[in-house]
Design a protein around this ligand. Sequence first.
Ligand code: NAD
Length: 434
Amino acid sequence: MTIDASTSIRSSHESVGLGTDQDNPLTNARSQLEAAARTLGFDHGMHQILANPRREMIVQIPLRLDNGGVEVFTGYRVQHNFSRGPAKGGLRYSPHVSLDEVRALAMWMTWKCTLLDVPYGGAKGGITIDPRQYSRGELERLTRRYTSEILPIIGPERDIPAPDIGTDEHTMAWMMDTFSVASGYTVPAVVTGKPVSVGGSLGRSSSTSKGVVHIALAALEHKGLNPARCTAAIQGFGKVGAGAAELLAKAGVRVVAVGDQYGAVYSSKGLNIRHLAEHAGRTGSVAGFAEAEPVPSEALLELNVDLLVPAAVEGVLNRMNARKVQAKVIVEGANGPTTADADAIFQEAGTLVVPDILANAGGVIVSYFEWVQGNQAYWWTEAEVDERLEHRMLAAWHNLLETQRKLGLTLRETATATAVDKVAKAHKIRGLYP
Ligand code: NAD
């Protein structure tokens, strides 16, 4: 990476609309960008281009309920940047979805794709809904209407959605089908994270967790810790957290605590992850698992463990609890789990924080593989997918450590500055139209 410091810093908070609310993920994302812009000596114009999304769409989604009534939801699709290729990012169904959250997640996607050398820009979508309150038929109708509303701005060369919180491979199959029916032919590469039977990639569903675990094991070793003698706590037992728990346990790490939005459980001897997954599959939560004791959800983040993997939502490590966190290594399975205040506290304490834009990039890497396979109609084996995933994750990890040594910044500052620099270079070389 080359740092071009020839331009002066003229950016201001006001001009890019920075807020002050530390609980707002967009404030967090923009403060990370601001630090990178300062490191890179950006001028005001470039900072503004990168601080604001390229395109945003807000849609109303009227849903016919099973009982015959109608409820109206708000959906978003934000495309932060596509200077390096089509936009890419997940679709979230959660009652907490807001425009600012989607904007932040879209910005992080831009940096993640760039850092991992995946030829995409960043995007994100969301609908403000609690999906657990609705039937499968209702969710299908919601997804199809949302897809038809955002149809003009998505497509294999425009913007390619994928699963995130509250969505899964079925959601992607409905999106793909809706887009394909409107196009008049089957377009598998419009989404990734689809079922394998309709063009999904082998190894995609476990890819984020596998990437998190490759990085977690490397980070523990980097800290001089033997993973086989380490303990871990994991927040979130969904697509990312459950897979990470299983793979960490398989690698010999003692996973002593796991939590979700309903509660958390602890066992000093280590949880039996297979039994825990069966319990959560049956009851919908890790809470009430008979082979462990309950712990308060907030306490999970503050346990005396070697490794902490936040794999749920944003902002959970913040100024209120960061000083109480005892883990030596934090590997961010979730997007944006650490606020800027907490980052500063962890730096002071010598806690190694592996940032989301590297740690959870396994999903977008295999999404990229899925898109490539779909475009070529040529399918790889799971072993090929896994090998390429591991290679890319570990190469990015080693590159990041090397750049960090040169720059003397934190891993997050280094990762963000590296990615932001590459995106800015793409803008400069393409020039400004007209
Ligand atoms: P998911 O819906 O499958 O699981 C989310 C889990 O988090 C659930 O166990 C839920 O109960 C728990 N949770 C939600 N709110 C919580 C809270 N306030 N406290 C504790 N637990 C809570 O979602 P997922 O796909 O596993 O995504 C988790 C995180 O990983 C998100 O930040 C997402 O953006 C990120 N991520 C996901 C992928 C992917 O491929 N799915 C890729 C990269 C990053």
